[in-house]
Design a binder for this molecule. Structure first.
Ligand SMILES: Nc1ncnc2c1ncn2[C@@H]1O[C@H](COP(=O)(O)OP(=O)(O)O)[C@@H](O)[C@H]1O
Ligand SMILES: [Mg+2]
Length: 258
């Protein structure tokens, strides 16, 4: 059974008074512990799909099944418990978190909100989460704005795994990081996927990064799927005009890495 199955999803916006399709007839599915990459140029609809999957916005038409249930038809209570099973990591954790909150507070929230641990247990859980993502437990007392970008993204990942999700939506989650930190975060994501069998909807405009982590790829062009398939096969031999253009724009060094 798929963790996530999206079919014929569509979302229109208005631009200059005229409607246009930001997402147009998009279908895909993701299996347990699988990484599906969404690629495409800026404005191709990647983040809109992320927001639809997270139910931050509603589609005009289409269907989303999460763990076998019709996600769009869920009651509030069911949606609340599903929300624990679908987590997100965005490009800029400074924007996602209150920068003055402590790291401990950021990690306490999901444990409290989803009743995962009692007040007495939570400090120990927070320390374990920090260690799980390669951070010192002492970081819990620091404010979000005081730690580095790489550390913040590790905190965002710790927060995402706190509720034992089966799916994490990562929207350009490593795009703002410098190359060495990016590699470490990708390793962490791969390790967590192996250990916890988490599926990733991995959104990136960077085919080098996608090639390193994704099993399958969907390439978008103006809201529509231009092509999809095995990530390495598609990147090695793209068939669509947009796929060819994205590969041509990827530095050779990264493209040819075994
Ligand atoms: N809330 C919105 N209102 C109007 N247009 C939007 C809105 N959100 C996104 N768009 C437009 O939809 C298209 C797809 O945007 P987005 O999903 O953010 O693309 P990507 O993440 O691939 O860069 C773009 O043309 C963008 O300007
Ligand atoms: Mg985007």
């Amino acid at each position: 059974m798929s963790v996530l199955a999206v079919s014929s999803l569509a979302k229109r916006y208005h631009r200059g008074g005229k409607p246009f399709a930001a997402v147009d007839d998009v279908s895909f599915d993701i299996g347990p512990a699988e990484t599906l990459a969404l690629a495409g140029p800026s404005g191709s609809g990647k983040s809109t799909i992320a927001r639809l999957v997270l139910r931050l916005i509603e589609p005009d038409t289409g269907r989303i099944d999460f763990e076998g249930a019709d996600f769009l038809a869920l009651s509030c209570a069911a949606l609340r418990s599903c929300r624990a099973r679908i987590q997100m990591v965005f490009q800029d954790p400074l924007a996602a978190f209150n920068p003055h909150a402590t790291v401990g507070r950021v990690l306490d929230d999901p444990l409290r909100i989803h009743n995962i641990a009692s007040r007495a247990e939570r400090p120990r859980r927070i320390a374990a989460l920090l260690e799980r993502v390669g951070l010192d437990a002492g970081l819990a007392a620091r404010a979000i704005h005081e730690i580095s970008g790489g550390q913040r993204q590790r905190v965002a990942i710790a927060r995402a795994i706190a509720t034992h999700p089966s799916l994490i939506v990562l929207d350009e989650a490593v795009s703002a990081l410098d190359v060495s930190v990016r590699g470490q975060i990708l390793e962490l994501l791969l390790d967590l996927q192996r250990q916890e069998r988490i599926a990733y909807l991995f959104i990136s405009h960077d085919l080098g990064v996608i090639r390193a982590v994704a099993h399958r790829i969907v390439i978008l062009d103006s809201g529509r799927i231009a092509e999809s398939g095995d990530a390495r096969a598609v990147i090695a031999n793209p068939q669509s005009a947009i796929g060819k253009a994205l590969v041509a724009a990827t530095p050779k060094l990264i493209r040819n890495r075994p």
